[in-house]
Design a protein around this ligand. Structure first.
Ligand code: TRH
Length: 380
């Protein structure tokens, strides 16, 4: 088979998105396309947080058909694969680049970039970047929302599984039970909260606490927990702790295995997500979401928000779109004054229908893994 062997290199800098995405891609290439995939990761602790089956003491192991390697330093002499993916522009070991250059034919070398809805991305997707010294070309590959870009990660049958889960009261009830949460009541709102530190979290929790309807907020372990603890007058909170104030109940959970976290997004009425991978997953979840972009010091994340908002809001009634936009902006700016949950909450039904429409519309496009394979074949 052409291009049967793939290497994915992932350098975990901080957070979970890099390994979260690399893992999903590796698994999909192996399971759905029958490819032999090696995933090289420079540290296994983050991977273990998403996939507890990963043994952090082992330098080589198998998971769901993917050969997972701790990316050692120095890098051993390893025969390069047919396709080499440097996830998010990570730097490949020099000796491996040299081995790639000696190989005939040279591997198709991909720089898998971050997702952005900005216009400039279309001009860069698919561009070559020749190595300054070696006879090798790296290709820029940008995920994206339009057919001229690299697509979004989506496993086969994903939307069908989401729809089935959401239309089955038994699946949902079993899910909550397994998490140790009570069954949902008719009037209750369930929200998942995954976010970076955010000064506006106090205002958000206060608005839920003062709301007319009960809100149950599920918070997997992470950077927002300290703010949640402060709201309840505590220094910290423990996984499994349940906190109550007014109409609000908060369930603090340990970090969930990735597939289970995906289901949490399917099961909640609203999802607060961040970064890249949970943001994409929230879009597949067919439920309204609030996205916190990965904050960058120079404000480089704002153009990403500005580019995505009009795309996502298109088709919504004007007042509804503006209410959601204000909430997203306030959340990303950490602006407690500007944050108005009650205004957005009045649009609940409309926003839910829109989220389902958005997911179905996106799913009409070819997924990232299939497009990437076609792209690599075209570079042979
Ligand atoms: O962890 P993140 O903040 O990652 C970010 C982004 O990838 C960003 O682009 C990058 O530049 C920056 O890190 C350094 O958010 P993200 O992308 O949503 O990744 C989180 C992963 O964690 C995702 O795969 C879902 C997974 N997850 C679980 O498996 N269990 C959980 O309980 C939670 C909350 C998340």
């Amino acid at each position: 088979m052409q291009l049967a062997h793939w290497d994915i290199f992932c350098s975990v800098v901080d957070n979970y998105g890099d390994i979260g995405l690399s893992w999903r891609l590796a698994r999909q290439l192996a399971q759905e396309h029958g490819l032999k995939v090696r995933l090289w990761v420079n540290e296994l602790a983050s991977f273990h947080a998403l996939r507890p089956e990963i043994d952090t003491q082992r330098t080589q192991q198998w998971l769901e058909g993917v050969e997972v390697h701790l990316w050692p330093e120095p890098f051993p002499e390893v025969a390069p694969a047919d396709v080499v993916i440097a996830a998010f522009g990570c730097r490949l070991p020099d000796n491996h680049l040299q081995a790639m250059a000696k190989r005939t034919p040279a591997p198709v070398w991909i720089n898998l970039e971050y997702l952005s809805a900005e216009d400039w991305v279309a001009g860069c997707h698919g561009l070559p970047s020749p190595h300054p010294r070696l006879p090798l070309t790296q290709w820029f590959y940008f995920p994206g929302y339009t057919t001229d870009l690299g697509g979004l990660l989506r496993e086969a049958g994903l939307l069908e599984r989401v729809r089935e889960f959401q239309s089955s009261p038994t699946s949902e009830a079993e899910f909550w039970l397994a998490l140790g949460l009570p069954p949902r009541t008719e009037e209750e709102l369930r929200v998942s909260l995954f976010a970076y530190e955010n000064p506006a979290v106090m205002a958000l929790l206060k608005q839920w606490a003062e709301g007319a309807h009960p809100t149950r907020c599920i918070v997997p372990a992470g950077r927002i927990l300290e703010g949640v603890a402060h709201f309840f007058g505590r220094c910290d909170v423990m996984p499994r702790q349940v906190l109550r104030r007014g109409s609000l109940t908060v369930h603090c959970l340990p970090m969930l295995p990735q597939d289970r976290y995906d289901q949490l997004l399917w099961a909640c009425d609203w999802n607060f997500v961040r970064g890249e991978d949970s943001w994409v997953r929230a879009q597949w979840a067919r439920r309204p979401m609030v996205w916190q972009a990965y904050p960058q010091q120079d404000g480089a994340h704002w153009p990403k928000i500005e580019a995505f908002l009009p795309r996502y809001l298109s088709g919504l009634p004007e007042d509804c779109a503006r209410a959601l936009e204000r909430l997203w902006r306030a959340w990303n700016a950490g602006d407690a004054q500007a944050l108005s949950w009650p205004t957005v909450a009045t649009w609940k039904t409309c926003l839910r229908a829109h989220a389902a429409y958005w997911a179905e519309k996106l799913a009409g496009q070819e997924d990232l893994a299939s497009r990437l394979i076609r792209f690599c074949k075209s570079k042979l």
